[in-house]
Design a protein around this ligand. Structure first.
Ligand code: G1P
Ligand code: ZN
Length: 555
């Protein structure tokens, strides 16, 4: 096959078909394919994956796609490979962020706004970047959300059978300047990374009120952790909303994120935590992850858990212009705290409980069943796009503070007084032997049938099961989504294995306890939850299976 470029003087560009062998490990996990850079760099590795995606999509000819990246090592090289393969596979138009930068939420926004046929997101989210760290590829569909499991499974099947891929030989495209380029018969449009996303934010929130808040001296410390949100945060907070220069820390995206772990939690965003719990702390602290879809919210010397954050957003949604008429429903992933359920109850709306991973919210939002969604893993978002959205969550909080004229701590404490407090923690055991981890989960699953009515260290079990989900929109069933043990007093323990890790297994243990005694709303979470943490370790045999006395990360 030959493709003729436009203009008579242009040479004919030949599509090259390259023979290849399948790789056995191209199965997408909770959120796309994540691998160590050295695996990604194997000859033909990315090409095989991209061809599998093109083959599964089938109708590529004449279609448009968005190409995004979080700025990590190997983004730029991958962008050139992808563009040459897209041209060879008949794609007509690709929108790519300037310098390859487009946050995950911005990519979702651009896919939806310009009605493209989907997008490729080059990111390993919050995993570290650099030559010795991780890389990732996500495929999003035309709704702007991650491809559902039936699609990612089909891509995996295609990747196991692949024997050749198509690519053109052409010089690299200069993606450092905004404008249009031609690659064989395909147009490559380099777009401003921030513009469309910022416009969407301005249509959702009360920017004048937030501007006013900053004018009255409110201070924010936003840590972009040298990842993708830097340019967005500079433009939105400093340039547009008038927050003072220096509000954004680590705002220049670096290919290795400055050697850090771009995950907005109390462990990895330690510089921000120091500032927020130090002298002269700002009124608010916030951070986002590598690709900009996660968020952490802090008040002055005060941490807001993601579960509480979601509940507060839901309870205050009517203060936001875009949600002033109320919420259609809310949704949370199964391990996420049940704080938002209590708000939904009071509002008389449904709270959906889905498996872990943003992709499960897509159908609910498309069907108009839910407006706000959230996960315990610092993910919050709404139906404005089909990904979780870090800066959106920060703007939501700023808008609430501007409207209520209270501090973040006051807002959360008032929330607890009204609804009670869901004490919550997640303990991660990283680098566990894969076989041991599977065995532990199998033993737990076998145990679930025997636990009901039993007392574990004095606490009676109300139910225990292996969580399965039936999508209320398309009826698809997702099994083995984690083991839940619920207690009569409303407390809960959840066990599941991570689907995003790249080495060994990561066991996640989620522990939650409800408290509505007004005198007991100010306890230390680890202390308050210690009984249930001990029950979890004991019941699952964590020491026996992992050899670890304590978790590697506590959030
Ligand atoms: C983790 C989080 C999950 C989130 C995903 C992608 O997945 O737990 O909530 O959707 O990252 O950001 P896990 O590693 O637990 O499978
Ligand atoms: Zn992310």
């Amino acid at each position: 096959m030959e493709i003729r470029t436009s203009g008579p003087e242009q040479p004919t560009i030949a599509v090259r078909t390259v023979q290849t062998q399948p790789f056995a490990d191209q199965k997408m996990g909770t959120s796309g394919l994540r691998k160590a850079v050295k695996l990604i760099k194997q000859p033909h590795y990315l090409e095989n994956l991209f061809q599998s995606i093109f083959d599964v999509r089938k109708d590529n000819v004449g279609k448009s796609l968005v190409l995004a990246g979080d700025g990590r090592y190997w983004n730029l090289e991958t962008i050139q490979i992808f563009l040459k393969m897209a041209a060879a596979n008949g794609i007509a138009h690709v929108k790519v962020g300037q310098n390859g930068i487009l946050s995950t939420p911005a990519a979702s926004c651009v896919i939806r706004k310009y009605k493209t046929d989907g997008g490729i997101l080059l990111t390993a989210s919050h995993n570290p970047g650099g030559e010795n760290a991780d890389f990732g590829v996500k495929y999003n569909i035309a709704s702007g959300g991650p491809a559902p499991e039936n699609v990612t499974n089909a891509i995996f099947e295609a990747s196991k059978a692949i024997s050749s891929y198509k690519i053109i030989d052409a010089p690299d495209i200069d993606i450092s300047r905004i404008g249009q380029h031609r690659l064989a018969e395909m147009t490559v449009e380099v777009i401003d990374s921030v513009l469309d996303y910022q416009e969407l934010m301005e249509s959702i929130f009360d920017f004048p009120a937030i501007k006013q808040l900053f004018q009255t001296g409110f201070t924010l410390c936003m840590d972009s952790l040298h990842a993708v949100t830097g340019p967005y945060a500079h433009s939105i907070f400093e340039k547009t909303l008038g927050a003072k220069n220096g509000t954004v820390h680590n705002g220049t995206p670096l290919t290795d994120f400055g050697g850090g772990h771009p995950d907005p939690n109390l462990v990895y965003a330690h510089d921000l935590v120091k500032i927020i719990f130090g002298d002269n702390a700002p009124d608010m602290g916030a951070a986002c992850d590598g690709d900009g879809d996660r968020n952490m919210i802090l008040g002055k010397k005060f941490f807001v858990t993601p579960g509480d954050s979601l509940a507060v957003l839901a309870a205050n949604a009517k203060l936001i212009p875009a949600y002033k008429n109320g919420l259609a429903g809310v949704a949370r992933s199964m391990p996420t705290s049940q704080a938002v359920d209590l708000v939904a109850q009071k509002l008389g709306i449904t709270c959906y409980e889905t498996p872990t991973g943003w992709k499960f919210f897509g159908n609910l939002m498309d069907a108009g069943k839910t407006t706000l969604c959230g996960e315990e893993s610092f993910g919050t978002g709404s139906n404005h796009i089909r990904e979780k959205d870090g800066l959106w969550a920060i703007l939501f909080w700023l808008n609430i503070v501007a409207a209520r004229k209270q501090s973040i701590e006051e807002i959360v404490r008032e929330h607890w007084k009204t609804y009670g407090r869901n004490y919550y923690t997640r303990h991660d055991y990283e680098g566990v032997d894969l076989a041991q981890a599977d065995q532990m989960m199998n033993e737990l699953i076998a145990l679930t049938g025997t636990l009901k009515g039993k007392k574990l260290q004095g606490h009676e079990v109300q139910y225990a099961d292996d969580f399965a989900y039936t999508d209320p929109v398309d009826g698809s069933v997702s099994k083995n989504q984690g083991v839940r043990i619920g207690f009569v007093d409303g407390s809960r323990i959840v066990f599941r294995l991570s689907g995003t890790g790249t080495t060994g297994a990561t066991l996640r243990v989620y522990v939650e306890k409800f408290e509505n005694n007004p005198d007991k709303l100010d306890q230390d979470s680890q202390e308050c939850l210690k009984d249930f943490i001990a029950i979890a370790r004991e019941t699952a045999g964590i020491k026996k299976h992992t050899g670890m006395d304590k978790p590697t990360v506590i959030t």
